[in-house]
Design a binder for this molecule. Structure first.
Ligand SMILES: [Zn+2]
Length: 166
């Protein structure tokens, strides 16, 4: 089954609908805005089911997206893989009750905007500080060396104060 724009939650859950398909980045305007290019698509593999009495939507989102490196400004391909396990709740009370144990997603009038949900979840899965591979390696090397060897030794400011007082 491809990915419908909207689904009726109760019937999708009852027949355990399985949605497999892809949405082009060009069709997801908020995501497109967060990226450095509009190529590619988000591949979704989602199952509607019932988890301890609650309608649920679980599965994965995968995409290769163009991001801009925060450090050097280069555009690079970011491989995103995001696992979803959402409980579809219909009120804020339900949401508040479930939020400690799982991830609630609020649905109105039994209707779920599936494309919007996929876009939301992809946005959430993007790195906060995207770094290209070479910048990421530089960062790893820097944090692997101990602070003593990396930083020039400086005198403890309190020790320096003590010396002044003597
Ligand atoms: Zn970089």
């Amino acid at each position: 089954m491809s990915i419908p724009q909207t689904i009726r939650v109760s019937s999708a859950v009852n027949r355990e609908a399985h949605y497999v398909g892809e949405l082009p980045v060009k069709a997801l305007p908020r995501l497109r805005e967060a990226l450095a290019g509009d190529g590619g698509s988000v591949q979704a593999d989602l199952l509607a089911w019932k988890s301890s009495g609650y309608p649920a939507l679980s599965g994965t989102l995968r995409a290769t997206l163009d991001l801009e490196c925060r450090r050097c400004g280069a555009v690079f391909a970011y491989a995103l893989a995001h696992k979803l396990d959402l409980r579809l709740v219909s009120s804020e009370e339900e949401e508040a009750r479930l939020i400690r144990d799982c991830e609630p997603y609020q649905v109105q009038d039994d209707e779920l905007a599936l494309h919007e949900l996929i876009e939301d979840e992809t946005l959430l899965a993007l790195p906060m500080l995207p770094r290209c591979e070479s910048c990421e390696n530089v960062r790893k090397e820097a944090s692997a060396t101990t602070p003593e060897t990396e930083m020039p030794r400086r005198e403890n400011p309190f020790a320096a104060l003590k010396k002044l007082k003597l």
